[in-house]
Design a protein around this ligand. Structure first.
Ligand code: G4P
Length: 191
């Protein structure tokens, strides 16, 4: 998606060979006009997939997912990293290990909002090693839902997330695919 690639080139900061900072429009401050266009793009790409719910992981997946859900005309569900005391016992949980951050956390889905009649689109901001997306897939499957695909804003194509998800049989649709990062260097995958 040219709009996102241009934004990454003008406002993104490559901090190292592995990390891209996009705090000014995705991770801390959010650009709603860009998010609306991202939502429109995901909705157009998956319009014939029979999606009934958009599924995302808090926190940075929420903004693009709201717009995607709005353009598809379906609800969105946030997978929670903090278990709320208000959630009743009808939940599915899975453990995620983040290699980027060196941490692990429990991801929670309320089974009140997803079942075997649903087809989900999973959306997230970054795809690195695919651990978060794989966890979202596990939870959707626990609920019995079908997975239409995985929509990613920024894929770090030099890490193994895409291969991991494709090997499980899922379509990965990424709006920006980064081939190489280095201090001050951002190169996209060109096919
Ligand atoms: P994975 O799920 O694909 O394996 O990714 P990983 O665990 O490595 O990523 C963990 C967190 O780090 C995620 O955010 C992800 O969005 C973020 N991340 C990974 N690579 C980058 C990067 O190059 N730049 C930035 N800015 N973030 C990156 P999170 O912990 O879920 O945070 P948030 O959604 O609350 O913002």
């Amino acid at each position: 998606m040219k709009l996102l690639e241009d934004k990454i080139l003008t406002e993104g900061k490559a901090l190292s060979t592995s990390t891209l900072k996009v705090d000014s429009f995705i991770n801390h401050q959010v650009d709603p006009v860009l998010m609306n266009e991202i939502g429109r793009d995901f909705a157009e790409h998956f319009k014939d997939a029979g999606i009934t719910k958009v599924l995302t992981i808090e926190s940075s997946g929420i903004a693009p997912s709201v717009y995607t859900a709005m353009h598809l005309g379906v609800p969105m569900i946030i997978l929670k990293k903090q278990t709320s005391k208000i959630l009743n016992g009808n939940v599915a949980q899975t453990n995620i290990t983040s290699f980027t951050k060196g941490t692990s956390y429990e991801l929670t889905l309320s089974l009140d909002y997803l079942d075997e009649k649903d087809t989900v689109l999973i959306i997230d901001d970054f795809l690195a090693n695919g651990e978060a997306a794989t966890g979202a897939v596990r939870l959707a499957k626990t609920a019995g839902a079908r997975i239409a695909g995985i929509g990613i804003l920024i894929e770090k194509s030099f890490q193994k997330g895409r291969q991991k998800l494709i090997a499980q049989g899922y379509e990965v649709y990424s709006l920006a695919r980064i081939a190489r990062l280095d201090e001050g260097v951002i190169e996209f995958v060109r096919e």
